[in-house]
Design a protein around this ligand. Structure first.
Ligand code: C5P
Length: 408
């Protein structure tokens, strides 16, 4: 869902992670949101209000005692007009004050006045012992019981030099969490369950070598991000890639094609969460070594290279044909071709019994940040899309998915 013209309250408390929130304010603004920053006195010691004001182009609020005008009534209008509130970094202190319902600064006062139903996101950041202290745990629990969503801090280097849990989530994750919250409020995939596969598989030759491909996972991850932003519940099944799983997805890491097949079957057979859509964006290895060596294969001195016998991997998509219990599942496949793109893709759509196939040039798409694709539907309808960033392509693919789902 677009962030355009959404009023986002960004409460910045006094923690060093405030420097990372500058990027969040910037990214949300670039995405079209109106970002209204509120800062505690502590926060202004780390970052100046001018920094946020320059990036968001809105006044930054640091005081409850502001002059009210016809248009702006300080914390009252801030709270009344908010579509979402994000507190980042959420320090132990502000969590305690929010949980107690204090109104002793601009953030806590405004948050008390927030109309019911406005999503509240909290991005804690603090030292491990503070985060794990029973008081902090209890305050967080209270806030969650009242409906707040916590963007969990990660494990890593903390400002003190220690290593532990308490490191604020990355700016990109905070932005994804905001998009997800809006998606859950009326995105066009709200209530739909998507299984998306991404990245390439690796087929072991021996413990250190494998047969792989150049897939970076960018297309599948962009689809997952975009689907989450439209309100879908997403299970992302991914081969080894250098990307962080999008915030809010159910992540399943796999390595080989056989593991991918098992993970897809498991996700499809989850009785508690029947999938509506399967998008196979993963670049699956068609062959694997018949019997991977348990030890590293050595040169044997014969002057001959070893012969590695290959066997066919199962075709996961084609294998779903006629599988019981999948009635109504919308299946989307990819066809990366080096010749006769449309012809070959249409053939694949039929042989794999797909509702939609995304055809692209294998050489100019794999591992690249952008993609030029042709969408071919079961009905024979063909849509050519111009070369665009994978996130834009993902949006167009999901538009089609929404369209096909609506026709059912
Ligand atoms: O046959 P080809 O590999 O070109 O088909 C591509 C599509 O089929 C992709 O959507 C890919 O994820 C899926 N696939 C599969 N199982 C395989 C190979 C590909 O499901 N073994």
């Amino acid at each position: 869902m677009s962030l355009k013209d959404k009023n986002i309250l960004l409460g910045v408390a006094g923690g060093i992670a405030a420097y990372k929130v500058v990027q969040v304010a910037r990214d949300l603004t670039v995405a079209g949101a109106r970002v209204h920053v509120m800062m505690t006195p502590g926060a202004t010691r780390f970052i100046t209000p001018l920094t946020f004001q320059s990036l968001t182009r809105y006044p930054v609020h640091t005081e409850v005692w502001e002059y009210w005008t016809q248009e702006a009534q300080g914390h009252i209008s801030l709270a009344r007009e908010a579509d979402l509130a994000l507190i980042a970094p959420a320090t132990a202190d502000i969590l305690a004050r929010l949980a107690l319902g204090l109104a002793d600064d601009i953030i806590t006062t405004t948050m008390l006045g927030l109309p019911p139903g406005v999503p509240v996101l909290l991005a804690p950041a603090m030292e491990t012992h503070m985060y794990e202290h029973p008081a902090t745990r209890q305050h967080l629990q209270t806030l969650v019981e009242r409906g707040a969503q916590v963007i969990e801090p990660g494990y890593g280097n903390l400002a003190s030099g220690a290593v532990g849990t308490g490191r604020m989530a990355d700016p990109a994750q905070l932005v994804s969490a905001v998009r997800l919250a809006f998606g859950r409020m009326g995105g066009d995939l709200h209530g739909k369950r998507l299984i998306i596969t991404a990245g390439g598989t690796q087929e072991n030759i021996d413990p250190v070598r494998y047969i792989g491909n150049r897939s970076s996972g960018q297309m599948g991850y962009a689809l997952a991000e975009e689907a989450l932003a439209r309100g879908a519940e997403v299970t992302l099944i991914s081969g080894p890639v250098k990307l962080a799983p999008p915030f809010g997805c159910n992540f399943v890491g796999i390595t080989s094609t056989l593991q991918l097949e098992q993970a897809v079957h498991q996700a499809l057979e989850n009785p508690a969460a029947k999938a509506d859509v399967l998008i196979m964006a993963a670049a699956v290895a068609d062959f694997r070594p018949a019997s991977p060596s348990e030890q590293k294969i050595k040169k044997d001195g014969s002057g001959q290279a070893p012969n590695i016998e290959l066997v066919l991997n199962p075709d996961i998509l084609a294998g779903l044909k006629g599988r019981p219990g999948l009635g109504g599942l919308l299946k989307v496949g990819f066809a990366a071709e080096t010749e006769d793109l449309t012809f070959n893709a249409e053939k694949k759509l039929q042989s794999k019994d797909l509702d939609l196939i995304v055809a692209n040039d294998a050489v100019t798409s794999i591992g690249q940040p952008d993609n030029e694709v042709t969408l071919i539907e079961r009905s024979g309808m063909i849509t050519n899309l111009e070369r665009s960033p994978k996130r834009v392509v993902a949006g167009a693919i999901l538009d089609k998915v929404v369209e096909i789902l609506a026709k059912r």
